[in-house]
Design a protein around this ligand. Structure first.
Ligand SMILES: *Cc1c(COP(=O)(O)O)cnc(C)c1O
Length: 396
């Protein structure tokens, strides 16, 4: 019997090493990775430049604590602020932890601005994490069930529904922030309309609310831009980052600008591990390599190629409701629960995920090439066709 707490229904495979978009299992079999450790391994596995940089850092300095200056942390904050146009960064160790920091920031901001009951508007189907406050903000009843009492301070509205927020704005004077993902990941690869995001930006400006965007999954190049909100041409007041930022070395970040900057002072927030030299070096190298290897353009192109590939391979197939996404954040929604496809794909040596019961989720590494992109379609499309009972597609 395993001594691990039973928190995951794990697939029966363990990997020993990887290279790029490929993972090798204990039995020597190679798997094509279309999940990238859930949007973490943007550079793929064992990227040589990252490996060399981390090895150098490991041999020099791993941890000193935030009692001292940390040059790698300062450099990464500079880089993130240059990319976002925001002003300051707090480093944490995960997405949930970054989001907790952002929520604390909203509350402190509210207290400072005569709104001690500061409420945050959050979205249906949102995913913000599994700590108590981020769980309270998360839109999954399944994830929340059994963990009450949860922290209060949240007002939930439907995603992409401006009227719902305007109604809250008219009725509730305690609102201090609107919080959403630019593209919902766990929520089923749903995309916020650009008009909706722009209208939210205007509403937040008008009301003195903070616009906060959780970029933990859709940030760091995944959608073909550095950040998912860029597709709408807006600048949020607060964003949170994690998954892809450290290429697998744990790191999270709260990034604040405009009215949100300067909220935290000494004693308001902190962390022992957060922003350590190793994690920040991983972040710095990740951003540098994405730029050097032109991975934003590549993610956009490969994502289009994969979506077009599925659109052709699944054309007219009843049971396929939608193929959607931006860049390498791709969802294929079926008309029925399809969790079984994960095991079927595994048997075809392809790593995928299913979210919201009915949405196949693909989050390949940003480094995949055209051949690998085509291979994802070639391995998965026949499984989907068979799953929904469509005839096999004849070779053209
Ligand atoms: C994964 C995720 C989180 C939680 O991150 P953890 O590192 O698992 O705590 C938060 N928000 C979004 C959008 C995510 O996808």
């Amino acid at each position: 019997m395993s001594h691990l707490m039973n928190t995951y229904a794990r697939l029966p495979v363990a990997f020993t090493h990887g290279k790029g978009a490929w993972l090798t299992a204990e039995d020597g079999q190679q798997y094509l990775d279309a999940l990238a450790g859930i949007a973490v391994n943007g550079l793929g596995h064992a990227h040589p430049k990252l490996t060399a940089a981390l090895a150098e850092q490991l041999g020099r300095l791993v941890h000193t604590s935030n009692i001292y200056r940390i040059r790698e942390q300062e450099a990464l904050a500079d880089r993130i602020c240059a990319l976002t146009g925001l002003d300051e960064v707090f480093f944490a160790n995960s997405g949930s932890e970054a989001n907790e920091g952002a929520l604390k920031l909203v509350r402190l901001y509210g207290h400072r601005h005569g709104n001690p009951e500061a409420q945050t508007i959050v979205m249906e189907h949102a995913w913000h994490g599994r700590t108590l406050a981020t769980l309270a903000a998360t839109g999954s009843e399944k994830a929340r069930k059994g963990f009450e009492p949860l922290p209060s301070g949240f007002i939930r509205v439907p995603y992409n529904d401006l009227a719902a927020i305007e109604k809250v704005a008219a009725d509730d004077r305690r609102v201090q922030a609107v919080w959403l993902e630019a593209l919902q990941g766990e929520g089923g690869i749903r995309i916020a309309d650009a008009d909706y995001l722009r209208a939210l930006r205007r509403l937040c400006d008008e009301k003195g609310w903070l616009l906060m965007v959780d970029e933990v999954q859709c940030g760091i190049g995944r959608t073909g831009r550095w950040f998912g909100y860029e597709w709408a041409g807006i600048r949020p007041d607060v964003i949170t980052l994690a998954k892809g930022l450290g290429s697998g070395v744990p790191i999270g970040a709260v990034v604040a600008g405009g009215p949100a900057s300067g909220t935290f002072g000494p004693g308001n927030h902190g962390t022992t591990f957060g922003g350590g030299p190793l994690a920040c070096r991983a972040g710095l190298e990740t951003l540098r390599i994405i730029e050097e290897e032109n991975l934003l353009a590549s993610a956009a192109a490969m994502g289009r190629r994969i979506r077009d590939g599925f659109a052709a391979a699944l054309q007219g197939v009843r049971g396929v409701v939608a193929i959607r996404g931006e860049g390498l954040m791709i969802g294929i929604e079926l008309d029925r629960p399809c969790g079984d496809l994960v095991r079927q794909a595994l048997a075809s040596r392809l790593l995928i995920n299913v979210t919201q019961d009915r949405v196949i989720r693909l989050l390949p590494p940003l480094v995949i090439d055209a051949g690998e992109a085509d291979e994802i379609v070639a391995r998965l499309a026949p499984l989907v066709r068979a799953f929904v009972g469509a005839p096999e597609q004849r070779a053209a």
